[in-house]
Design a protein around this ligand. Structure first.
Ligand code: AMP
Length: 425
């Protein structure tokens, strides 16, 4: 794979120039595998998470095809549609597309909820080549006849599993009704739970399947470690780590929005520049926090899973799981926020008494152990106790079925996570 170059992929000169300017020299595996097929107009089922270069994998051939089949614009019509679950991802994809397409003369619009619709309506009015949208606002604007999708030539559904998690699948299905049957469709998902696979089947015809970096294999460049700690000592442990390690830019995950706010406040009180980013924050506040983090004005960004999914900030040296996720897949997504595009990163996970079962689930998914970090071990008792529990649980978890009734719930958010229909994967 490594000796394939971008010119080998038959990309046109204006795109190659943009890639050179972006300092991309070698296509990533998903790019090398997808681009030739997509340039020919084929469908694609991509099993890939962010960090693999999947945005360019779909965007480059899309730009090229739209450029080469240039048509007159029809008012309010979009020639292609990229559906994505969050505003952050929409903005990020739009950013990438503008970069890759900077030497082409194509029109774009990005639409998402949480902000006034008028500028979006204005952007759609003359017609666009590429529309990047979140499902809710798009449906709204379709309903108001501000956008028309009957002439869409290319559809990209990004992060389908996240769409499912966020309850957007019905919206997606309603949007599909407005698209022509004759079109190129690209479907991306990091994981393939049954409902997602069903949706993919209904949308794609003869797709090539490209699978890179499956969710159970975290990037090797990430050094991940677990630190056992009492739940009440997590914030002092975090401060200690921030003090003692050379941490320039850390993304810290908490379980809830409330905990994210509280932690950001506490860090600021201790003179660590931090902000929180989650679904309750306004779009402006989220973008400001992200920009401050990107520009180095914040040292710590505290986030919850949903908004963090698309964060692609260069130079995140550390991801810290202040709380372990109860969905093991989230662990992979979270730690994938560091070690982007060839750099290396460190992920540290705090594990309290009740989280040891989550750790066992994570290791089961990864099919490997996460290293135990033993410095900062002055919370010795908690560590010994948690460690013993963890060892016991992980040996059970590897051999026991995940839905075993013997696993006590942890009440609250943990209870019932293996109940009902079982696991998502
Ligand atoms: P993505 O998976 O699309 O979110 O991309 C992850 C990161 O990799 C982004 O920061 C891209 O700018 C970067 N990237 C994508 N393709 C390449 C490439 N061929 N060479 C270097 N960096 C890349």
């Amino acid at each position: 794979m490594s000796n394939i170059t971008f010119p080998d992929l038959q990309l046109i000169d204006p795109i190659l120039r943009a890639l050179t300017e972006e300092n991309y020299s070698i296509p990533t595996p998903i790019q090398a595998q997808s681009i030739p097929h997509l340039l020919e107009g084929g469908d694609l089922l991509g099993c890939a998470q962010t960090g693999t270069g999947k945005t360019a994998a779909f965007a480059l051939p899309m730009l090229q095809r739209l450029h080469l089949t240039r048509q007159r614009y029809n008012r309010k019509h979009a020639r292609s549609l990229i559906l994505t679950p969050t505003r952050e991802l929409a903005l990020q994809i739009a950013d990438n597309i503008k970069n890759y397409g900077r030497h082409l003369n194509l029109r774009y619009a990005t639409i998402f909820g949480g902000v006034g619709q008028n500028p979006q309506v204005q952007a759609l009015l003359p017609g666009v080549d590429i529309l990047i949208a979140t499902p809710g606002r798009l449906l709204d604007l379709i309903g108001q006849q501000h956008v028309k999708l009957e002439q869409v030539e290319i559809l990209v559904l990004d992060e389908a599993d996240r769409m499912l998690d966020m309850g957007f699948i019905r919206d997606v299905q309603k949007i599909l009704v407005h698209l022509p049957k004759q079109r190129q469709t690209l479907f991306f998902s990091a994981t393939m739970p049954n409902e997602v696979a069903g949706l993919a089947n209904s949308m794609l015809s003869n797709p090539i399947k490209v699978e890179v970096n499956p969710v159970s294999s975290t990037a090797e460049r990430i050094d991940d470690q677990v630190l056992f700690v009492e739940s009440t000592k997590k914030s002092s442990l975090l401060l200690e780590i921030l003090r003692e390690h050379d941490i320039e830019r850390a993304l810290v995950f908490t379980r809830t929005k409330h905990r994210a706010n509280r932690l950001a406040k506490e860090l600021n009180e201790k003179r660590v520049r931090a902000d929180a980013i989650h679904g309750n924050k306004s779009q402006n506040a989220r973008q400001r926090a992200l920009a401050d983090f990107t520009d180095g004005r914040l040292r710590v960004l505290v986030a919850t899973d949903i908004v963090a999914r698309g964060i692609d900030v260069e130079g995140i040296t550390h991801v810290i799981n202040y709380d372990l996720p109860n969905e093991p897949e989230s662990y992979v997504h979270r730690i994938g926020r560091t070690a982007r595009a060839g750099t290396s990163g460190i992920a540290m996970s705090f594990c309290d008494h009740e989280e040891s079962e989550y750790l066992a689930d994570i290791e089961k998914l990864l099919q490997r152990r996460v290293n135990i970090y033993t410095e900062h071990s002055h919370h010795a008792e908690a560590i010994a106790e948690n460690h013993a529990q963890y060892v016991q649980r992980r040996s059970g978890a590897i051999s026991r079925r995940p839905s075993s009734p013997s696993r006590g719930g942890r009440g609250g958010h943990g209870a019932g996570r293996h109940g009902g229909g079982g696991r998502r994967r």
